[in-house]
Design a protein around this ligand. Structure first.
Ligand SMILES: [Zn+2]
Length: 133
């Protein structure tokens, strides 16, 4: 059989792929909102779709409904700076995420919230250098 004849479940069912992708986004942060740390219930576009933002992993972050709704079509970094729960480490994490450096983003989030449920086994984050600081 030629490789091009192979049928993948994901191709047959785009919804399945979308669901898997959304799940993986939430898993990166241990199902917590990248902005405030509450449970993430939605996917937020850092650069809003109305401004040409794509539905790629780099541009999509887990967010709670409150942050997602409040941010609406604003630029995420600009909006986040004005929030009560602003944390510069999270702002750096959002920037790293946007640049595609998820490992750095997760490390920064963990630093901002050491008690989070981020799965250390999956991410293999080295915290030691932050503890020394
Ligand atoms: Zn939030």
């Amino acid at each position: 059989m030629h490789i091009n004849d192979a049928v993948f479940l994901e191709d047959l069912c785009p919804k399945f792929r979308l669901r898997q992708w959304r799940k993986s986004i939430h898993r990166f942060t241990g199902k917590s909102c990248i902005y405030c740390g509450k449970p993430s219930e939605s996917i937020d576009h850092i650069l809003p779709r109305s401004q040409g933002g794509l539905s790629t992993t780099e541009n999509c972050v887990p967010a709670c409904l409150s942050c997602n709704g409040d941010k609406s079509d604003a630029n995420a970094l600009y909006w986040y700076r004005k929030q009560k729960f602003y944390d510069p480490r999270r702002a750096m994490a959002i920037r790293a995420w946007l640049e595609g450096d998820l490992r750095l983003a997760i490390r920064l989030l963990q630093w901002a919230n050491p008690n989070s449920k981020i799965n250390k086994k999956n991410c293999k984050i080295d915290e030691s250098k932050y503890k020394a600081a």
